[in-house]
Design a binder for this molecule. Structure first.
Ligand SMILES: Nc1ncnc2c1ncn2[C@@H]1O[C@H](COP(=O)(O)OP(=O)(O)OP(=O)(O)O)[C@@H](O)[C@H]1O
Ligand SMILES: [Mn+2]
Length: 291
C-alpha cells in the first residue's frame, strides 16, 4: 500500500517538474522561426530587437524616476487664494519655466497651484483663438495669463470611426499629452486641465465683439461657431441647458513658436501613402543622415 503511494507521489512530482522545465526552456530559448521573423512588420521587428539589446541600452523605467514622483506629489490640486500678488507671482514663475528644452518645471512645488489656477481663476476676457484649423478660444485669466480653451465635442466614451484624423479635436488629448510628457520625463506639452465653464456667467459678459458675433441661442443652449478653417455656422459648439461647457484649459506659451514638421507625418489624402510608408527602411536612414 505504502509503496504504491510512493510511486504515485514520485510520478506526480516528475510530471510537475517536467511541465515546469519545458515551460521554462520554451520561454528562454530563442524561437528559431526565421520565416515568422521576416514576415513581421517593422514595429514587430523593433519589439523583438528590444529584447536583444545589450544591457548598456537598458535604462530603468522612467516612471520610477525621482523627478516623476516629485511631480506626482506636486501636481495634486493645491487650493490657494487666487488674488492680487499671489496670482501675478505664480504666473510669473510659470512663465519663467519655459525654455528651449522644457515648458514646465516637473520639480516645482508650485505646479499644483498653477493647475489649480488654470481650473479656477476668473476669466477676465474671452476671445476667439484663430490659430490652427479648429475652433478654440483664448481667455485672459485673473493675473493676466492667457490660456487656450478647447471645447469638448464628444462624450468621452465615443469612438470615432474612419481615418486617424477623423472627427474634431479630442480635448482630453491635451491633458493626456501633458501627463504623458511628464511620465516620459520630457516636459514639452503645456500644462492642461479639465474645466467646466458657464458661457452665460463666465464668458459672454467678458467676450469680445467677434466672439459675440458668432454666438447664438438654439433650443435653450448657448452656441458658438467661432472663426477658423473648419468653423461653420451649421456646426457650432453648444453648452448644455444650464449654459455649461466642458473642455481643456491649456497654458498659453508666450513668444514665437516655430513649426517643425515631423518626418513621419501622415498624409491627409485617402489612399495616398507618405514616403516613410513607401520605403520604411531607406527613409529611416535618409532622415538620420539628412534631417
Ligand atoms: N499652448 C500653446 N501655447 C502657445 N501657442 C500654442 C499653444 N497651443 C497651440 N499654439 C499655437 O497654435 C497653433 C495651433 O494649435 P493646435 O495645433 O492646437 O490647433 P489645431 O486647431 O488643432 O490646428 P492644426 O489643425 O493645425 O493642428 C500651433 O501651431 C501653435 O503655434
Ligand atoms: Mn491640432
Amino acid at each position: 500500500m505504502l509503496r504504491r503511494r510512493n510511486v504515485l507521489v514520485l510520478s506526480v512530482t516528475i510530471l510537475i517538474l517536467f511541465f515546469f522545465t519545458t515551460n521554462y526552456l520554451r520561454s528562454i530559448l530563442p524561437s528559431n522561426n526565421s520565416v515568422e521573423y521576416t514576415s513581421l512588420s517593422i514595429e514587430g521587428k523593433i519589439q523583438i530587437e528590444f529584447k536583444n539589446l545589450p544591457k548598456d541600452y537598458k535604462i530603468p523605467s522612467l516612471i520610477e524616476h525621482n523627478t516623476f514622483y516629485a511631480f506626482l506629489k506636486n501636481i495634486k490640486n493645491e487650493k490657494f487664494e487666487i488674488s492680487g500678488e499671489n496670482i501675478t507671482n505664480l504666473w510669473k514663475e510659470a512663465n519663467s519655466w519655459v525654455t528651449k528644452t522644457q515648458i514646465f518645471n516637473m520639480s516645482s512645488p508650485n505646479i499644483g497651484k498653477v493647475a489649480y489656477a488654470l481650473k479656477n481663476a476668473k476669466i477676465l476676457k474671452a476671445d476667439l483663438d484663430t490659430r490652427g484649423t479648429q475652433l478654440k478660444f483664448i481667455f485672459t485669466l485673473d493675473g493676466n495669463q492667457q490660456v487656450i480653451f478647447k471645447p469638448q465635442w464628444y462624450e468621452k466614451e465615443r469612438i470615432i470611426e474612419g481615418p486617424v484624423y477623423a472627427g474634431k479635436d479630442r480635448y482630453g488629448s491635451e491633458i493626456v499629452g501633458f501627463y504623458l510628457s511628464a511620465i516620459l520625463n520630457k516636459p514639452l506639452c503645456p500644462i492642461s486641465v479639465e474645466r467646466t465653464i458657464s458661457l452665460k456667467q463666465d464668458v459672454l459678459p467678458v467676450a469680445t465683439k467677434r466672439l459675440l458675433e458668432t454666438t447664438f441661442m438654439s433650443k435653450n443652449r448657448t452656441c458658438i461657431y467661432g472663426q477658423c478653417f473648419f468653423c461653420k455656422k451649421e456646426d457650432p459648439i453648444c453648452s448644455d441647458k444650464n449654459s455649461y461647457l466642458n473642455g481643456a484649459v491649456i497654458f498659453n506659451i508666450k513668444g514665437h513658436l516655430v513649426s517643425n514638421r515631423s518626418p513621419w507625418q501622415r498624409t491627409y489624402k485617402k489612399g495616398k501613402r507618405a514616403v516613410w510608408q513607401e520605403f520604411p527602411e531607406k527613409y529611416c536612414k535618409y532622415v538620420y543622415h539628412h534631417i
